[in-house]
Write a new protein. Structure first.
Length: 75
């Protein structure tokens, strides 16, 4: 993950790929996604049993912050 000052700076980056434009968002939103149980509970002994439940929470969070399109949905 690269952190940039603004969306404008991202788009000026030489390695910028327009196909990844939907992944551009403010740090607070990334923090909200990564603070969910899918990432927070990885060391729990029952993690694999609950991974689908944790993923559902992550997709709810993505939808809440307006990132629920095909870019964010696994195939």
């Amino acid at each position: 993950m690269n952190l940039f000052r603004s969306e404008e700076h991202v788009k000026k980056w030489p390695q910028y790929d327009p196909a990844s434009a939907q992944s551009i968002m403010e740090l607070a939103k990334w923090a909200e996604i990564f603070s969910g149980p899918l990432f927070r509970n990885r060391l729990d002994p029952d993690y694999l049993e609950k991974v689908h439940e944790y993923a559902a929470v992550m997709f709810q969070t993505l939808k809440k912050i307006g990132k629920a399109g095909p870019f964010w949905t696994p195939e």
